[in-house]
Design a protein around this ligand. Structure first.
Ligand code: HEC
Ligand code: HEC
Length: 348
């Protein structure tokens, strides 16, 4: 029966449309515009085979990212804690969800997430699609059960049509919502920093910045091993020596004691905009972070072998600290935090 109706609909549409729409298009009725997320100088972005990136999917994901419809009392969206002006993080040590309850972790910045093989500080999600399930139902974040979320979208005036355009079906599911969100996130590419322009030979770094870059690459700091160029993360988990007795981190996922204190290496791109720092937002400024690596690294059984093991640190001079911070600021990409393609589509 359903087939018959679909056949009649196709025939009617075929004859009623003046445009040259092929039958294939009508059966499918979505556009599948392929988006090339290739980025010069970066590795190729791995795209899941079951969620190719399309302009339509990105546009839908962007709306969902900014729409408070995905929160219990319709007051918060993903963008409440992931603000573009802060490179998709927030300025709080611990973000506060719709019920006024703060979590125990600092909101991650979302920068070039398409290259990550896992997500969350402790690496518990294996994809952006998987990650996006959690904030909606998390009682200290958007606090809405998925059934209700999907129900609201189904009853909405616009969303069924937009899912049709993006995915070829008005049958909205949790799976498709997270796919759209992930597509938008993959489009959040930052590669226009001063450092990128320096690599392209467009501009020079100041002597201070250049000295900081050389220090970053040297054994006097060892930063580059984990904050690997060009993404400034190695996509791995490490204990960088924050605590003497670490008890959190990837251990919470694996229950393996040697994973205590291991967290995903965050990118250093746009680090100037994402304070406070570390998984628990313990450092307010970049100066605090540099002071930590210089003089307060803690030794423990899981501390990374690259870290000095004398319960101290790299012991830099004030000038060296200044050089490192100047270099880190060359990773700021103002076009990323101002890119109109990433902004709130409801206020255009
Ligand atoms: C109440 C604040 C809040 C809201 C709302 C929120 N997040 Fe988050 N987000 C966080 C915090 C805090 C973390 C770090 C949590 C952790 O690692 O366990 C995080 C982590 C993430 C990460 C992991 C990034 C990485 O590098 O590992 C992604 C991606 C993300 N959120 C996307 C979203 C999406 C999509 C939504 C909306 C569906 C959303 N967030 C809603 C606070 C929030
Ligand atoms: C052994 C790997 C490793 C090395 C070497 C390393 N880091 Fe890190 N870095 C990490 C990890 C892991 C984190 C996150 C730790 C956490 O939150 O528990 C981090 C966090 C940071 C942060 C905070 C990022 C944020 O978004 O909150 C900054 C800034 C930083 N590192 C800069 C540096 C600098 C500068 C150097 C060189 C002096 C350096 N790192 C060396 C692994 C490393």
């Amino acid at each position: 029966m359903k087939r018959k109706i679909r056949f009649i609909a196709i025939v009617l549409l075929t004859f009623s449309c003046r445009d040259k729409i092929t039958i294939e298009n009508i059966v499918d009725n979505h556009r599948h515009t392929h988006t090339d997320l290739g980025t010069p100088g970066f590795p190729e972005m791995p795209i899941p085979v079951d969620n190719e990136t399309t302009e339509e999917g990105i546009a839908l994901g962007r709306k969902l990212f900014y729409d408070p419809i995905l929160s219990g009392n319709e007051t918060q969206s993903c963008a409440t804690c992931h603000q573009q002006s802060r490179a998709f993080s927030d300025n709080k040590r611990f973000s506060v969800g719709i019920d006024g309850i703060a979590g125990k972790l600092n909101a991650s910045a979302i920068i070039n997430p398409g290259w990550q093989s896992s997500a969350f500080w402790n690496g518990r999600a294996n994809s952006l699609e998987e990650q996006a399930v959690e904030p909606v139902e998390n009682p200290i974040e958007l606090h809405l059960n998925w059934e209700d979320a999907v129900d609201r979208l189904k009853r909405h005036d616009d969303y069924p049509g937009e899912f049709q355009i993006a995915f070829g079906t008005t049958h909205i599911t949790k799976d498709l919502v997270t796919k759209a969100l992930a597509q938008f996130e993959r489009s959040l590419i930052s590669n226009q920093s001063k450092f990128d322009k320096f690599l392209n030979g467009e501009i020079e770094l100041t002597p201070l910045e250049l000295a900081g870059y050389n220090l970053f690459l040297s054994e006097k700091a060892e930063c580059f091993h984990c904050h690997v160029r060009p993404l400034f993360t190695d996509d791995e988990l490490h204990n960088n020596g924050l605590d003497i007795n670490p008890d959190k981190g990837h251990f919470e996922v694996s229950s393996y004691v040697y994973d205590k204190g291991k967290f995903r290496t965050p990118t250093l791109r746009n680090i100037e905009f994402t304070a406070p720092y570390m998984h628990d937002g313990r450092f307010e400024t970049l100066e605090d972070v540099i002071d930590f690596y210089s003089d307060s690294i803690k030794t423990s059984i899981t501390v990374d072998p690259l870290m000095p093991n004398d319960n101290g640190g790299f012991h830099w001079t004030e000038l060296e600290k200044l050089q490192l911070i100047s270099f880190l600021k060359t990773l700021s990409d103002t076009s990323f935090i101002n890119n109109p393609d990433f902004s709130n589509p409801f206020v255009e």
